[in-house]
Design a protein around this ligand. Structure first.
Ligand SMILES: [Zn+2]
Length: 599
C-alpha cells in the first residue's frame, strides 16, 4: 500500500507545480477572484427588485450568498473557477425567490398525500382521488377528511332553491370499497355534517351490520356507509381512527416542501403548531429543509413563549438567530371567514339578513362568539410585544378590519411608537374611511390575491355591489401607501382551495379574473395592480415583513442567494399569459433545490 501511495504522490506534486505556474501566468493576463463562485447564472433577464440596478444579466453565487450582480457588458470570467457551475439561462426571467406570507404547511402536505375532495361531487371523481391516495399510503393507513362537495355547494349559491340545496350528492361505501380495501376510510363533506366510512372502517369499528343511530341505510336496509355528525356511530368510528404516524407526517411535510420548491418559493410564513415546529427542526437537522420557515405560533401562546424566553428571529430549540427556522410573529384572529358567513361586518350579509358575522376565541368569551372581548386579544398582543414579537392578526370583514385598526391604534398610543412589522391578515373587505388608517399605524396589509379569483363567485351575492368595491382593494391600499404582503393561505379552507404557485396570485392581482379569464376586463378592474407591484409584495416586502429585507428579498451583492428562475418574463408578456408561467429553477441559500427537467 505504501509503495503505491508513494508512486502516486510524486507525480501529483509535480502536477500542482505546473498548475501553480499556469495559474501565475493566467493571473498576469486576467484578474481572478480569490474565492471562485460556486454557481453563476448568466445570460438571463434578471429583475432584481433593486432601484439602482433594476435589470441585470448574471448572478454570481458563492456559498450561500450573492457575490455579484452583473450587467450584460460585464464578464463573468473574474468569478469563474475550476469548480464553478455556470448555467446559461438563455434569456430566462429571474426574480428574487418568492416568499409566501401565509401558509398552513401541515395541512397542505396532508392535502397532497391525503384526500382532497373539495371539487368532488360525483362517483368517478371520488374513486379516482381515493385511488390516488391509496397509492401513496401504506396498507392499514387511514384516509380521513376530504371535504367533499364544497364547490358543488357554493356553485348552487343563495339563489338556489332550498329543495336543490337539500338534494346534495351523497356517496356510498360501495363507490370506494374496491379501491380502498386495505385502507380504512372516514371522509367528511365540506361542513362536516355528513361522513362516509368504507367497509374497512366500518369493520374496524364493529359497525358493518350495526343498527346505531346516525347511520344511513338503503332501501334494502343495508348500511351505506353514510354517517351523520354528532351520532354514536360517528363516535365509534372516530375512536378507532389510527392517528398518523410520525413517518407519515414527515412524508406529508416532504411532499409540501417539494411542491413549494417546484413553485419558486424560498420561504413560508407558516401558521404553526408546536408539533409541526418540532418537525421543521427535525427536517432542518436532517438537511431536508428546502424552504426557509418563519414560524407564526398562535397568539394565545404569547404568555407561555414570553415565560420560556423565546423571541422573534430565534430558533425554537437553540434560541439562537437562524435564517432557516425561527419564530416570527404571533398569529391572531379577530373574526371568521367569508366562506361560512363568519367574517364580521357593520351591516348584515345580503343573503343572511340577521347575520353580521362572528368573533373568534381570541376576541370573545361568548360560546356563540357574538359578544366581543377585545381586551383578551389586546393583552396577548402586548405580552407578545414585551417578549419581542410583533403580531399578525386575521381580519376579514369591514368590521373585523376596522376593530383591528382600533386595537392597533390603542397599542400605538400605549407604546408611543408606530407598529412596524405588525400585520393585518387578509383585509378582504375594507370601508373607504379605513384605508388611510394603515399608514398612520405603519402596519402591513397581508393580502391573498388568489382568493379573489375564487371568491368572486359569490362575493356580491353575499355583501352586495357597494361593499364589494372595497373587496381585495389592493390598488386603494397602494394609493394609501400601505405595504402589501402577498400570501397564498395554502391549501385553503373548508370552503375553497387556494393555489400556492405564485402565478395564480400574480394573475389575480393583475387581471382580477378567475383562472378562466372571467369576467371580461376583470372584477372591479380599477383595483388592478401592476406585475411590478405584485412581485414587490411577493419578495422584498415579505422579507421586510419578517424584518430581514437587509439580508434577502432582492437580488443584490451581499444578500442571501434565494432566487427563482421563470420561463416567461412576467414584466414583458401580455398579462393574460401570466398563468402560462412555469418555474424553471429554485435556489435557496445558494443551493439549487429544484430544477425543471426539460428533456
Ligand atoms: Zn390562513
Amino acid at each position: 500500500m505504501s509503495i503505491i501511495f508513494k508512486t502516486q504522490h510524486a507525480p501529483k506534486f509535480k502536477n500542482y507545480l505546473t498548475l501553480f505556474l499556469i495559474l501565475m501566468l493566467s493571473l498576469s493576463c486576467t484578474e481572478r477572484s480569490e474565492i471562485p463562485a460556486d454557481l453563476i447564472l448568466t445570460n438571463g433577464e434578471v429583475y432584481t427588485m433593486e432601484e439602482d440596478q433594476p435589470w441585470a444579466s448574471s448572478i454570481v453565487i458563492t456559498d450561500n450568498k450573492i457575490t455579484a450582480v452583473l450587467n450584460e457588458d460585464e464578464s463573468i470570467d473574474f468569478w469563474k473557477g475550476d469548480h464553478t457551475r455556470v448555467v446559461d439561462l438563455n434569456g430566462k426571467f429571474v426574480v428574487p425567490g418568492f416568499i409566501d406570507g401565509h401558509v398552513h404547511f401541515r395541512g397542505a402536505g396532508g392535502f397532497i398525500n391525503g384526500a382532497n375532495l373539495l371539487k368532488v361531487s360525483e362517483e368517478k371523481g371520488l374513486q379516482a382521488e381515493i385511488e390516488r391516495v391509496v397509492n401513496i399510503l401504506e396498507d392499514g393507513e387511514w384516509i380521513t377528511g376530504g371535504l367533499w362537495g364544497a364547490y358543488e355547494q357554493w356553485a348552487s349559491g343563495a339563489s338556489a332553491s332550498e329543495e336543490k340545496k337539500k338534494d346534495v350528492w351523497k356517496p356510498t361505501r360501495w363507490m370506494i370499497d374496491d379501491v380502498s380495501a386495505n385502507n380504512p376510510t372516514l371522509l367528511n363533506n365540506y361542513n362536516r355534517q355528513i361522513y362516509l366510512a368504507n367497509t374497512a372502517a366500518l369493520k374496524a369499528a364493529g359497525l358493518e351490520d350495526a343498527n346505531l343511530s346516525g347511520m344511513e341505510k338503503d332501501a334494502q336496509g343495508r348500511v351505506t356507509g353514510l354517517i351523520y355528525r354528532d351520532s354514536p356511530a360517528l363516535e365509534k368510528l372516530r375512536a378507532v381512527v389510527k392517528p398518523k404516524s410520525h413517518k407519515r407526517l414527515l412524508d406529508e411535510n416532504r411532499a409540501a416542501l417539494k411542491a413549494l420548491s417546484e413553485s419558486g418559493i424560498v420561504e413560508i410564513h407558516d401558521i404553526v403548531t408546536p408539533e409541526q415546529t418540532d418537525r421543521f427542526v427535525e427536517l432542518h437537522d436532517n438537511g431536508e429543509l428546502t424552504t426557509r420557515v418563519w414560524l407564526r405560533p398562535d397568539l394565545s401562546r404569547a404568555p407561555e413563549m414570553k415565560e420560556n424566553g423565546f423571541s422573534m428571529g430565534l430558533h425554537p430549540v437553540t434560541k439562537e438567530p437562524n435564517s432557516w427556522v425561527r419564530y416570527g410573529a404571533f398569529k391572531g384572529y379577530i373574526d371568521g371567514i367569508m366562506g361560512n358567513h363568519g367574517a364580521l361586518f357593520f351591516e348584515p350579509y345580503d343573503d343572511q339578513p340577521d347575520n353580521y358575522g362572528r368573533y373568534r376565541q381570541h376576541t370573545s368569551d361568548d360560546p356563540n362568539l357574538l359578544e366581543p372581548n377585545m381586551d383578551k386579544m389586546y393583552n396577548w398582543i402586548k405580552i407578545g410585544y414585551e417578549a419581542g414579537f410583533v403580531s399578525n392578526v386575521h381580519a376579514i370583514g369591514t368590521k373585523g378590519v376596522s376593530l383591528m385598526l382600533d386595537t392597533y391604534e390603542r397599542l400605538m398610543n400605549d407604546l408611543g411608537r408606530d407598529l412596524e412589522g405588525f400585520r393585518i391578515i387578509h383585509n378582504q373587505v375594507i370601508r373607504p374611511e379605513d384605508f388611510p388608517r394603515f399608514q398612520k399605524l405603519n402596519v402591513i396589509a397581508e393580502v391573498n390575491p388568489y382568493h379573489l379569483s375564487d371568491d368572486m363567485r359569490w362575493m356580491e351575492e353575499r355583501i352586495g355591489y357597494e361593499r364589494s368595491k372595497g373587496a381585495y382593494a389592493f390598488k386603494s391600499l397602494l394609493d394609501n401607501n400601505v405595504t402589501l404582503s402577498f400570501a397564498s393561505d395554502w391549501p385553503g379552507t373548508m370552503a375553497a382551495e387556494y393555489h400556492m404557485h405564485p402565478k395564480y396570485l400574480i394573475h389575480a392581482a393583475v387581471n382580477r379574473t378567475t383562472v378562466n379569464g372571467t369576467p371580461d376586463g376583470g372584477w372591479f378592474q380599477e383595483q388592478k395592480i401592476s406585475v411590478h407591484e405584485a412581485l414587490k409584495a411577493y419578495t422584498i416586502n415579505n422579507a421586510y415583513a419578517a424584518f430581514e429585507d437587509d439580508i434577502r428579498g432582492s437580488i443584490k451583492a451581499g444578500k442571501l442567494a434565494d432566487i427563482a428562475v421563470c420561463d416567461l418574463n412576467l414584466i414583458k408578456i401580455d398579462p393574460s399569459d401570466i398563468l402560462n408561467m412555469n418555474i424553471e429553477m429554485t435556489i435557496v441559500d445558494g443551493k439549487v433545490v429544484f430544477e425543471r427537467n426539460n428533456d
